[in-house]
Ligand binder design. Structure first.
Ligand SMILES: NC(=O)c1ccc[n+]([C@@H]2O[C@H](COP(=O)([O-])OP(=O)(O)OC[C@H]3O[C@@H](n4cnc5c(N)ncnc54)[C@H](O)[C@@H]3O)[C@@H](O)[C@H]2O)c1
Length: 408
């Protein structure tokens, strides 16, 4: 298997770690990305995204000449597609956008040959793997002679290099032979179990996992609104309820973000509008939690402003979609900070995981504590739960939307 050349298309948070891991496992890997800066950075043995340990893998893979990056698809024996799958936002029920997947598929048409594996890793609506085969067939590729399969990614940003190896994987081929061939590839570098199924089940499985998370977070977020009305501390309530042996409530936050949990449930809802009612409601509950946080901050800030008789400086603590990463995609914290800025509030942001930002003045936590009058904790970053910071933020009466001051 390791004599096969792997072409990874899309070198972002999923594709680059996968390419680097394969290369350090003895595969010859070519990586492809439309982003020239990403390609140049990788070819210097460096990384253009933040992910623990990834730099060492890329450095080692590039210096051993096992990984090289290009802006155009290169010939290979195994193609792994890791391009984005966003949604069309403007619509009432957001529809998945698989244009990147189809473009990546078209890019390999000149090279794909009998016996090759074509693997889709991007989170995709049910039927996308079949669409890939259709695109290839329409271009005259003998699809019966290649193996097309879906293998979703389940990694947690911040732990990608470990989870790529340790997590169980689902492989769903368009044919049983494709499932077997692609499973053998994953077994060559994954320590977790490789579980075999068909393509549609594998596609649905990934969407189900993220919808499960979304529904459960929505329950916690809804509880936080109920508790506010009832005068109950939601963090304490959840701590106590979770002492029941069969209850495990998640923690509320400022909403749900990222390009996975906040996006993927729509891939189910858009195809099953009449029946996916709970999944849709969960999405709406989690989105409305962000609006609730905005209103809550504005009300408290306006009251404080009236009292002080001048405009406040509001410090937004955290911009990323979850703790300890630099990823701002679909981030509720970003949406909140942006809305405050757009509504004329004087906002500074503390985001220890990024160096600069077009829209926000980024300051350190200590700077913020000196300069700001009003503090809102939007993300539970490790810098904010450190005991000294926690004490200062509690003294400053920070509005805490993610349990930073309460959870141990
Ligand atoms: N990041 C995660 O934690 C995670 C986890 C599980 C699944 N996923 C899924 O994996 C997929 C990729 O996500 P990501 O976070 O790596 O995205 P990303 O935006 O970080 O990276 C995607 C890369 O693909 C490149 N690209 C787009 N079209 C291309 C094309 N036609 N040819 C070559 N390159 C192209 C982009 O320039 C970008 O660098 C998505 O479907 C996502 O939902 C992501």
């Amino acid at each position: 298997m390791r004599d096969k050349k792997v072409c990874v298309i899309g070198l972002g948070y999923i594709g680059l770690p996968t390419a680097a891991l394969l290369a350090t496992n003895g595969y010859n890997v070519v990586g492809v990305d439309l982003n020239q800066h990403a390609v140049d950075t990788i070819n210097k043995g460096q990384i253009h995204i933040v992910e623990p340990d990834l730099d060492a893998f890329v450095r080692s893979a590039v210096s051993a000449s096992r990984l090289a990056a290009f802006t155009k698809t290169q010939p290979g024996d195994i193609y792994v597609i890791c391009v984005p799958t966003p949604f069309h936002e403007s619509e009432a029920v957001p529809r998945p956008n698989v244009d990147y997947v189809l473009a990546a598929t078209r890019s390999l048409i000149p090279f794909v040959k009998s016996g090759d594996l074509v693997i889709l890793e991007s989170t995709s609506p049910v039927g996308t793997t079949e669409s890939i085969a259709q695109v290839l067939a329409d271009a005259g590729v003998d699809v019966a002679s290649i193996h097309v399969a879906y293998c979703p990614e389940r990694v947690l940003p911040g732990k990608i290099m470990t989870e790529l190896v340790e997590n169980d994987r689902i492989v769903g081929g368009l044919t049983p032979a494709a499932t077997q061939a692609v499973s053998a590839f994953y077994r060559s570098f994954v320590r977790g179990a490789v579980l075999e199924t068909d393509a549609k089940t594998a596609e649905m499985c990934k969407l189900t996992e993220n919808s499960f998370r979304d529904v459960n977070i929505a329950f916690a977020n809804e509880l936080s609104l109920i508790c506010e009305r009832e005068g109950v501390d939601v963090w304490n309530l959840i701590r106590l309820a979770n002492r029941h042996p069969r209850v495990n409530i998640l923690q509320p936050g400022a909403g749900v973000g990222g390009h996975c949990i906040a996006v993927d449930p729509w891939f189910i809802v858009s195809r099953n509008e009449k029946v996916a009612r709970l999944i849709r409601t969960a999405r709406e509950v989690n989105n409305s939690k962000t609006q609730w946080v905005i209103e809550r901050i504005k009300t408290a800030a306006d009251e404080a402003q009236d009292l002080l008789g001048r405009q406040l400086v509001i410090a937004c603590l955290g911009l990323s979609f979850k703790p300890d990463i630099d990823d701002l995609r679909e981030s509720p914290a970003m949406a909140i900070a942006e809305k405050l800025l757009a509504d004329g509030y004087n906002v500074v942001a503390v985001e220890p995981n990024i160096e600069n930002h077009d829209m926000f003045q980024l300051v350190s936590l200590d700077d913020a504590l000196h300069r700001a009058d009003f503090f809102v904790i939007l993300v539970r970053h490790r810098e904010f739960i450190e005991s000294n910071a926690k004490r200062k933020l509690a003294d400053a009466n920070a509005l805490d939307f993610c349990g930073t001051l309460t959870l141990s």
